[in-house]
Every structure is written in C-alpha cells, then in structure tokens.
Design a binder for this molecule. Sequence first.
Ligand code: GAL
Length: 678
Amino acid sequence: MPSPYSWPAISKIAYGGDYSPEQWPREVWREDVALMREAGVNMVSVGIFSWALIETAEGVFDFSWLDELLDLLHENGIAADLGTPTASPPAWFFAKYPEARVITRDGVTMGFGARGMASPSSPAYREAIVRYASRLAERYASHPAVVMWHVHNEYGVPVGEDYSPQSVRAWREWLKNRYSTLDGLNAAWGTAFWGQHYTDWEHVGAPAAAPSVVNPAQRLDFARFTDHQLRECFTLERDAIRAHGDQPITTNFMANQSWTTDLWAWAELVDIVSDDHYLWAADPEGEIGLAIAADLTRSVGRNKPWILMEHSTSAVNWQPRNIAKRPGEMARNSLAHVGRGADAVLFFQWRASRSGAEKFHSAMLPHAGTSSRVWKEVVQLGGALEKIDAIRGSRVQADVAILWDFESFWAQDLEWRPSEDITHAERIRAFYERLWRDNITIDFALPGHDLSAYKLVIAPAQYLLTAADAANLTRFVENGGTLLVSFFSAIVDENDAVHPGGYGAPLKDALGVTVDEFLPLREGEKSTVTWHDGSSLRADAWHEDLSLTTAQSVATYVDGPGALGGARPAITRNTYGAGTGWYLSTRLDADSLATVMADVYRDAGVVASDLPSGLEVITRHGDDARYTVAINHRDDNAQLPASGIELLTGETIAETLTVLPGGVAVVRSPHTAEGGGR
Ligand code: GAL
C-alpha cells in the first residue's frame, strides 16, 4: 500500500542534486560534503545508476561504499533521496538474460554500453528489480539519512515501446483483458478495413514496422499497453520498498518533455510528484516551456507542492547547440518552478563527471571548481532559498484550465493526419503563451475532471474525446463556464474512430457547430479572417468548413480555402445553458489570438494583468499570507504593485516593488480581513 501523500523529512526547501560519488575517490567525497554545506545543500539523490557497483553478480550485494556514503551524508546534515538504479541494469544481467533486451519498432535489438532499462515485460528484469529494491529498502529503511526513495529514472525514455517476443506475449494478455473476445478487438480496431480481421489471438502482433501505415487503433492501444507495463514495473519496485520503509516514494517525471507516460495515472501511484526540466536552448523564450512543465507537474499532483528533481545550472550536453545560462538565469528558472508550486530545487548534477557521455553537462560544482561563476550563483541560490523558506506548503490557485490529455496526444501523433502543420504541442504552447503573457495562472486538466472551479476551460488540441468526456465539457458550459475549443478537436473516440455525426459532433450542443470538411492550407500559405469589428486577423495552416446550428459567427474567412467562394464562418460563439462555447476553426498568429482572447476573457470574467510584458508574476497562497513571486525577464527595471516584505532583501514594500533587470523577488503579504485567502 502506498503511504498517503507525504513530504520528505526535511525542514527547509530541499536544495541539492543528483550525486554520483561512485565516480570519485574518497577524498573527493569529503570535499563534496564540505562544499555542499557551504552551498546550503540539504538533500542529494544517490544510487540512481549504481546497480553494477552494488549487485556485483546476480544476488551478490556489496553495500559497503553506500553504507559509508550515507553515514558521511548524515554526519554532515545532508539527507538522501535514495535511488533504485533500475534504469540501467548491469552488463552481467544482459549477458545472462539476452532476451530481456528491448527490440525497437524497426526490429533493432538494443545493445549495452549506454543506459536504458531492459524490456518492461521481461520476467527476468521484473524479478531483478524487485530483488534489488527489496534488498536496498531492507538495508536502508531505518538509515537516518534516507528521507525519500527515488524509483528508477525517467520512465519512458530512452526506452518505452518494446517489440520483443516477451513484450508481444504480454501485449496479447493485456488485449484479452481489455477486450475479452476477439470480436471485441476486431470491432474496436476496425479490422474490416484493409482485411485485418483476426481469427486467433496468436496472430495478433505488436504494431511493428509494416509495408504501410499500421492500424492506428492498434498503435494507440500499444501506447496504452507500453505505459501500463512501465507503471507495473514502478509499482513492483514501490511495493517492494514499502514492505520495509515508510519514507515517501517518487519517480522523476519529464512533464512537457516526454509524452510516453500518462502522468495523470502515474501521479496516482507516487507518494509525491517530482519532475525533471531542461530548457530547450533553441527556444528564445524557454521560460514559457518551463512554466508549462511546472504547471503540468503541479496539476497532475492535484496542486500539492512538488519536487523539482532535476534541472541544470547552465548548459546541457545533448542538444544540437548547448547554450549556457546567462548570469541570473539559473535563479530565475529555479524561482519560476518555486512560484508554480515546487518546494524543492534540485539539479542534475552535484559535481561534473570527468568521464562518460555527460562530461560536458553543467553541474553545481563545474570542472572549473569554486572560482567559477556557476558555483558562486549556486551558493547564492542556496542562500536565497533559505530566505524564502516561508513559502513552503502554500498553494497555487487558477481560474483557467487548459486540457492536456496524453491519450489524445498519442492518437494525434499517429500517421496520415490531414496536415503535418498541426501538432498538439504547438497549439498548447500558443494558447498557454497568450495566458502566460497576460500573467493568468493556469492549471492543466483532463476533459473528464471536475472543472467546476474554473471560469474558463481551453481545449487547444483535444483530437480524441470520448462521449463521456464530451458530456462533462457540455455540463461545464451548461452550468455557466466558458469553453474555448480549437480546431481538430472532438474528432475521434477512444478507438481513433471518427465520431458518428462527424467531426465535432460530441460537442455540438456546447458549441452549436460541427465541421463538414477540413481545409488545410499549403505550406507557408497565409490567409485573412475578418473579426466582428471589421478588423483583420491573420491565419495560416488550417481552415474548416463549418455547419452552424445555434452558434453565431464572430469572424469570417475572406480568402483561402475556408472562403469557399464567399465569406464563411471561421470563429463562432454559442450560448448554451448559463455558459458560452467558443470555437476557433483556424490557426491564428499570436496578435490575432490576443484579439480573440480579449473577448473570451470578457465572457469568462477573467482579467488579464496590465503589468509590463516580460514580468512574470505568480502567486502562492498560504494559511496566513500570500507570496508573490516576480521574475523579470526584461533588461530594464519593472514595477510591480505590491505590499508586504520582500523576502530576499528584507525590504518593506508599501506600494510598488522595483524588480531589477533579470532579477527575482518574493513578496510576502499577510492576509488582510478583506483580502482573505485568495
Ligand atoms: C536527465 C537524466 C539525468 C541526466 C540529465 C542530463 O534526463 O535524468 O540522468 O542525464 O538528463 O540533462
């Protein structure tokens, strides 16, 4: 049984990172702990890749160096987040169980010498991870340094799908469980198409590379199966640990960076949610992608404080161009995560590795040592986190939700879609970015969630929508909510089959419109849409031919395929029950989207901030105070109306706080009688 949600026994914002002392001689360990103390480090993650150095042969464990390390950490007041190294089995394991190696969709058997788990369906692998997790937990459950368990590392990457024979056997069992009968499977997969009808379970294979596009329903189920197998592996380890230790158990997610695992389901399995985030250097506004990841992490964790398990002090080493962080950027990134609900700021990694594939990755302690800029900023950040410690435990509240549904993304990502210009990641970023610039706080949600706390729900990319979830969204509108749906949504059901009644049919009551035909544009083609006040909006990539039932047209296509020889509706607004349903059938540029959103905000009663652009502000609400976290991405001063104490400087703010260029600030404002908790 998982323990109820719990925070590791650390009485501060957790600060530290992945620590790999096995790569260093003992004298370096002693220097490490001294420097950790200097930087204010209070927790490190250890053992994440140590399998081969602990279980030296099958069933033969040598814990001596880990004993020594955990004692050393404890003597120095540093807690341990103790990892199970099951993302990287030893050479002896693969030598003994070659059948446990993963086979890719193209039939390539994965070799050794990198990292990446064995087949999640391999009985030998499953037995080995349970043995390791049990022995580790048995030995260290009562070690005073161990405050948390870190199972595995980033499930789903670099190994997710596996096409090995043992995976195919497990897949057939999974399908039997899901469909009971072959008739059920044939119907769900639509196997009448292209002559794929099955007459024997033994003929059902994994959707490996084939002469043409493989059945999309089969591929969607394989994505579900893959996620299920990975979750089973996690659960096996978690339960093995729980039999001995009651510290919280986590595994590090990759929100907004990997889509293999359905984080909503995973968040139900862990005691505490943790996330790894790396800036995408090619994105000049990486802070927006960071904010998406942080908001998603908080949302899957049902809004409880969470752990930033990894980010980087400066450059990573695995992108085409690994851009170093600018002075102050590490602190801005860290505070942005804290503002969005993190109560822990950890890095990959403590000390830069001399050898191996990651030697050019930044670290808290870089190759250049303690005279480096990065080290000085690491020490400063440790001090800053101590000063804002009162923020711990406070919560973020949002009036707006954006739908984020992994199953829909898995389905949308399959082949032969109407236009390769349309992706869920791009649409979510476009809508999120508008709200981020308006400093409107966002939660992410599933379409089946209770949405009643939100004024506005946005569906930027809900390609797959079940009838039950559509009914939930319709009720949200009926009860007074504002729903904004972007094109290519409500197209298919859970089997990637088009909804009876056509595109958008499940939402026709809420939106008052359905889609007769998709009308994608050619690459680079632009078009104009006339807004209801006569102004022009700019669009590209996608138009649709709409059939309006109860909706009003508020913008029309005047050129491009959508005009169909005359002005035709492009954006619609519908009143349904006590609420409003908006539908956008085209891809607008950022300024045009801002025009539309101003009307949508008005309907929803949501207010955009009038702060200077580039001043990011998020509020956390505690029992007796609220905390305003301000991050100035500009290169000049930014003024923020605020009152209270700025925690980093201790300054009292009466009316206005000046946030320095590239600077951060956290203002604690005690609740007033009128202000209340929000
Ligand atoms: C993470 C991973 C770490 C390290 C890091 C480098 O995805 O969990 O082990 O490889 O990337 O950025």
